[in-house]
Design a protein around this ligand. Structure first.
Ligand code: GLU
Length: 397
């Protein structure tokens, strides 16, 4: 059957596809070490699960307000005030079915044909397709590894055209783990103001920060920036709630109303039960968040050292999130059984087939020199995978 033309614009999510492939291999009895999944390996904390169980027992199982129950939007507002010093009214907040859905809704509400949206590369795999599905054009701006893969004001300026509507920023970053300092954001904000752009700040990794780094986003830079910044956020990474699908946006109330409208004609409310769990997550204790961050930190140090010890591999020490994005260009041009490794796609395929390691090729994030490894997996798995990686790469000549 003939499909809509827009289906030619996008491919399935490469992170989720590789995850599924690794899962299928494991189910078939193949011993694969997977670094593919961008999800914490810890269970959802008990007090959050209990709130969901109670919601079912209380028959809290019907439609809710499209944009989320008031109690949850108030909990989100309280989170922004407590953690970020930002004040939002509940009518400036919309709860959706995950961070990705929040971004999708925002794109539908804000952009269309003829609009350009700046996406710094390396980018999370779903930003360009989400922009394309809204009929707009993602303008990819390559950043430099020597600058920690962070966008500079000069790079931003050079990418702006009269059609530019917005910039998508993600700090801490998936896939690089890079974190923007307040000063770096201020320098970018000058260009944003000069060209009257909107900023979509994807803050999903806000709480996964190391080395005492502080979290900042564009909305923290004063009222002018706050009024043109829309925060996209969610609970998946902070509270190990990837399957619950709760994301939220905060921004100008006319944007929230537009997102509500899109959602009212598509999914309606996020799951009622998950919303009650989200209230417990946001209003509850954060010791599990600290525990997870400490575990990720230990893994981060181990994986970075182990990667840098391998010939042909270099890896920056990331300041946040739970990914490393090592550079494998030292392995390109080498071959195995007559097949030359020309880029991250070839190498990731070789690693899956010959070393039984799943990791997402950098080309999926707009940077072909690198491969993304998620270290949100056990130390034991990381050690085993890194041994396999070293052995696998040694087969290339
Ligand atoms: N955001 C995670 C990742 O990058 C989960 C999968 C996805 O939605 O891309 O791996």
């Amino acid at each position: 059957m003939e499909l809509a033309k827009r289906m030619g614009l996008i491919k399935p999510s490469p992170t989720l596809s590789l995850n599924a492939k690794a899962g299928a291999l494991k189910a078939a009895g193949v011993d694969v070490v997977s670094f593919a999944a961008g999800e914490p390996d810890f269970p959802t904390p008990d007090h959050i699960k209990s709130a969901a169980i109670k919601a079912i027992e209380d028959n809290f199982t019907r439609y809710t307000d499209v944009g989320g129950i008031l109690e949850l939007r108030q909990a989100v507002a309280a989170k922004f005030e407590r953690d970020n010093g930002l004040k939002y009214e509940p009518n400036q907040i919309v709860v959706s079915c995950g961070g990705k859905h929040t971004l999708y809704n925002l794109a539908q509400a804000l952009w269309g044909e003829g609009d350009e949206v700046i996406v710094p590369a390396p980018y999370w795999v779903s930003y360009p397709p989400i922009v394309l599905l809204a009929g707009a054009e993602p303008v990819i701006v390559t950043t430099e590894e020597s600058n920690g893969f962070k966008l500079t004001p000069e790079e931003l300026k050079a990418a702006i055209s009269p059609r530019t509507k917005a910039l998508i920023l993600n700090s801490p970053s998936n896939p690089t783990g890079g974190v923007y300092s307040r000063e770096e954001l201020e320098a970018l904000a000058e260009v944003v103001l000069e060209h009257d752009l909107t900023v979509i700040s994807d803050d999903i990794y806000e709480k996964i920060l190391y080395d005492g780094l502080k979290f900042h986003n564009m909305a923290n830079l004063g009222p002018e920036m706050a009024s043109r910044t829309i925060i996209a956020h969610g609970l998946a990474k902070t509270y190990s709630m990837t399957g619950w699908r709760i994301g939220f946006m905060a921004g100008p109330k006319e944007v929230a109303a537009a997102v509500n409208k899109v959602q009212s004609q598509s999914t309606s409310n996020a799951t009622s039960i998950a919303q009650k769990a989200a209230v417990a997550a946001l209003n509850g204790p954060e010791d599990s968040v600290d525990m997870m961050r400490k575990a990720f930190d230990e893994r981060r140090r181990f994986i970075v050292d182990a990667l840098n010890a391998i010939d042909g591999v270099t890896c920056l020490l990331p300041g946040g999130s739970f990914y490393v994005f090592p550079n494998f260009s030292g392995c390109f041009g080498k071959s195995f059984n007559g097949k030359v490794m020309q880029g991250s796609g070839d190498l990731a395929e070789f690693l899956l087939e010959e070393a039984r390691i799943a990791a997402v090729p950098g080309v999926a994030f707009g940077e072909d020199a690198c491969i993304r490894f998620s270290y949100a997996t056990s130390m034991e798995t990381i050690k085993k995978g890194l041994e396999r990686l070293a052995e696998g790469l040694a087969k290339l000549s």
